[in-house]
Design a protein around this ligand. Structure first.
Ligand code: NAP
Length: 223
């Protein structure tokens, strides 16, 4: 049984991979930076890993899905951009939309074509639950992930044994904030830990839960 995880070199993706490994899955790890990914693969005792820039070459994942037919696919790779829209670089916005939306949609579609049963978890954010000044484009990509996953789960109900989940993730201690150029002042106290989130999310995904929201505060935020 294989589990494919994107963005597995660090943060949440690494911990999700660890959790799935503990549950007996053979891992297929994908992220961009080869050195980081290789180190993560060593720590996870996994020999199958592919350094791919998913904002450009996401179609390469199609062949990997056809070859391994993974039972679990976690679309986790993603990043945010913090700041007023007019001040953000267009190239970075394009890269973010390509990764957070296009790659995730392509990989999900490919799984639909190849598999009739298994689990997909798409990583969204609590940013999808309300308007987010200075995170407008990022929040919108995560709203896409949530509505796409919800709609698709209904679309396949009764036709396929595939379970589709989406994770509405609150602020979590990873490299996300540094990479997004986003200050953490004021939210440090309520930040989630990636290992706990991964444990919770994997358990819920494997139970077929569609909407996964770790943490009481964030459940209330996204009511
Ligand atoms: N942390 C939070 O507070 C938070 C909250 C809500 C939602 N999220 C979402 O959670 C997911 C995981 O993020 P994280 O918090 O774990 O952040 P992270 O530590 O920065 O991890 C991001 C992962 O995505 C990979 N990645 C980035 N760009 C890529 C690309 N172009 N191609 C392939 N892989 C790429 C990174 O690999 P490289 O290092 O090789 O680039 C890394 O493995 C993201 O979708 C994020 O939007 C995070």
């Amino acid at each position: 049984m294989h589990a494919l995880i994107t963005g597995a070199s660090s943060g949440l993706g690494f911990h999700i991979a660890k959790e799935l490994k503990m549950r007996g899955y053979d891992l297929i790890l994908i992220s961009r930076n080869e050195e980081k990914l290789k180190m993560a693969a060593e720590m996870l005792h996994s020999s199958i890993y592919y350094p791919i820039d998913l904002s450009k070459d996401y179609k390469k994942v199609g062949d990997i899905i056809e070859e391994f037919k993974p039972q679990v696919v976690v679309n986790n790779a993603g990043f945010g951009l913090y700041g007023e829209l007019e001040n953000l670089k267009w190239e970075r916005i394009e890269e973010m939309i390509n990764l957070n939306i296009l790659a995730l949609t392509y990989i999900t579609k490919k799984v639909m074509e190849v598999l009739d049963e298994g689990y997909i978890m798409n990583v969204s954010s609590v940013a999808a639950c309300h308007s987010q000044p200075k995170l407008s484009a990022y929040a919108a990509t995560k709203s896409y992930v949530a509505i796409f996953s919800r709609s698709l789960a209904k679309e396949i109900r009764g036709r396929k044994k595939l379970k589709i989940s989406y994770l509405l993730l609150g602020p979590t201690r990873t490299n996300f904030f540094k990479n997004a150029g986003m200050p953490t002042k004021g939210i440090e106290r309520i930040m989630l830990s990636p290992d706990k989130v991964a444990k919770y999310a994997v358990k819920k995904m494997l139970r077929g839960k569609r909407r996964i929201v770790p943490g009481v505060i964030f459940k209330l935020y996204c009511l």
